[in-house]
Design a protein around this ligand. Structure first.
Ligand code: NAD
Length: 491
């Protein structure tokens, strides 16, 4: 059956539906960036909560800002914003229909509708999964990229914005004029101190737009940090077929995820929040240690296996993890170069955490694409891998494994592997990166000179030498031999 509101009364027995009233809620969370991850993670926590009695006042309104979101709009509107979540493990697949998303607004069609929804007194929280690249941060020094064409556009057209900060600023200006409190802005992207970064970038933007608005936000608007975790591959045609065959539902955009999920949230929501702690989220005063652990182990771990994995001809994370050398690279990188940098984290045993990561990455049921993990390397490498390089350089510690990951990325950026098979690059800077990778070849100088990505590391001799050495081996001896050489050297 086609998934929509009417189908909820006839769902197959093994697919639970929401089971709660999906009417207009008194308090809304507007979520910008309705992709796979929001739908497998945040929306699921609220869906769990809404299944408990007494929490019906909350619901999500999804917003798509980019032209590519038109496809999600079409899918969601045709199915009354319902979708199937399939959890996949070695034990099999389980599905449920998620109902926490109640509305979807596509900004390019009607920017004013989005601005008014954001400015509505019922909107208490605006959450974001707009990818690491969506924050307009200069990677080299962490400053705001005020010269970006989107930002220049939104400063020139404050009432008809196109980027996230333009929408937030205009909506918050309307709230201020109307005597309303600001909403709380909650980033759920994989950035360390994601709330602090969102705050810094939005204040930098509003400072250029209207310093009084900026001062009001600095005094009144909350930006809680959060750490999010759940591996969610991009949805494919095979996934749609699986939902149809195994669960009897025609769903234009189901979402697949691993069984594991985790969410740690800084408890700072002046306008109120759902009782997420009742459904497994961990509310805390300080997210930083959790974030640091996750970004430096899980996300950097993903970087450590995706580029070498693609260079060796693999398509999925579990295939790369089944390669003993890649698995060892990942495990040794965590143990030797990252773990010594991490503070003790309350309630977490790092050895267990790392073992779970190895199991999660190796889960064959999830089918996580290396290309997805390797997307936007220009935003991810500086956030997940380079901070550990910096910390190790400061203490004179080892960096060979982290540097190898950077070198594999550079080799991958050339656009083909050792056999000459083409490699797909997805990155806002892909044209520039590819050109520099081809120009530099085995010499990493051209890519390392991108100070907006590498900052002072562009000229840190130990790092430059380590990347140059690894890249030379990757080009001369091939990916397999370069990896074997590295592993022999760190044993
Ligand atoms: P996705 O490709 O399914 O969706 C991305 C969404 O972000 C789309 O709605 C897109 O329009 C929007 N977006 C992208 N760039 C934007 C911009 N500049 N401004 C506004 N919106 C923008 O990706 P996803 O799997 O949902 O992942 C999104 C983010 O979630 C990741 O970048 C990461 O920070 C976080 N995350 C993902 C996972 C995962 O396993 N997929 C796990 C943890 C965290």
């Amino acid at each position: 059956i086609a998934l929509n509101k009417a189908a909820l009364d006839h769902l197959p027995g093994h697919v639970p539906g929401p089971g709660y009233e999906r009417s207009a809620p008194a308090r809304s969370i507007v979520h910008i960036g309705v992709g796979g991850f929001f739908r497998s993670h945040q929306a699921l926590y609220l869906d769990d909560l809404l299944r408990l009695p007494g929490h019906a006042e909350w619901g999500y309104c999804g917003v798509g800002l980019l032209p590519i979101d038109a496809a999600m709009r079409d899918a969601m509107l045709a199915q009354d914003c319902l979708y199937t979540l399939v959890e996949r493990s070695a034990q099999g697949d389980t599905a449920r229909v998620v109902g926490a998303l109640l509305e979807f607004l596509y900004a390019p069609d009607d920017p004013q509708a989005v601005l008014e929804k954001l400015a509505d007194p019922g909107t208490r929280i605006v959450s974001l999964t707009i990818t690491e690249g969506g924050y307009y941060v200069n990677q080299g020094d962490g400053s705001f990229d005020a010269g970006h064409p989107d930002i220049v556009h939104d400063l020139a057209h404050p009432h008809a914005p196109r980027c996230c900060f333009g929408y937030l600023a205009e909506a918050l200006a309307r709230r201020r004029e109307r005597g309303l409190a600001p909403f709380t802005v909650m980033s759920c992207d994989n950035l360390q101190s994601n709330g602090d970064i969102t705050r810094a970038m939005l204040l930098a933007f509003t400072q250029l737009r209207d310093p009084a608005l900026s001062a009001w936000l600095a005094g009144h608007c909350a930006f809680p940090n959060s750490m999010v975790d759940r591996i969610t591959p991009a949805t494919t045609g095979e996934h749609r077929q699986l939902v149809r065959d195994q669960f009897g539902l025609i769903d234009a955009w189901p979402v697949m995820a691993e069984p594991f999920k985790s969410w740690v949230i800084e408890d700072h929501f002046p306008g109120g929040r759902p009782a997420w702690e009742l459904v497994g989220a961990h509310m805390t005063d300080d997210v930083l240690p959790y974030e640091k652990m996750k970004l430096r182990l899980l996300n950097a771990g993903h970087q450590s296996l995706c580029y070498i994995g693609m260079l060796l001809g693999y398509e999925y994370a579990h295939e790369a993890m089944a390669d003993a050398d890649i698995r060892q690279l990942f495990a040794s990188m965590m143990d030797i170069e990252v773990t010594p940098l991490l503070p003790a984290v309350d309630g977490i045993d790092l050895t267990d955490y790392k073992r779970t990561l190895i199991e999660r990455f190796a889960n064959p049921a999830i089918g996580d694409q290396l290309l997805r993990i390797g997307t936007d390397g220009s935003a991810r490498m500086p956030k997940f891998v380079l901070p550990s390089v910096r910390d190790q350089l400061e203490r004179g510690g080892p960096i060979a494994l982290l540097s190898f990951t950077v070198a594999c990325w550079f080799r991958y950026l050339s656009g083909s592997d050792d056999q000459g098979r083409p490699l797909t690059l997805i990155d806002p800077l892909s044209a520039q990166l590819r050109e520099l990778a081809l120009r530099g070849g085995a010499n990493p100088g051209a890519l390392l000179s991108l100070r907006e990505l590498f900052g002072e590391l562009s000229e840190a001799p130990r790092f430059v030498d380590a990347v140059a050495d690894a890249l030379a081996r990757l080009y001369q001896d091939g990916a397999r031999a370069a990896l074997a050489h590295l592993l022999a050297s760190v044993k």
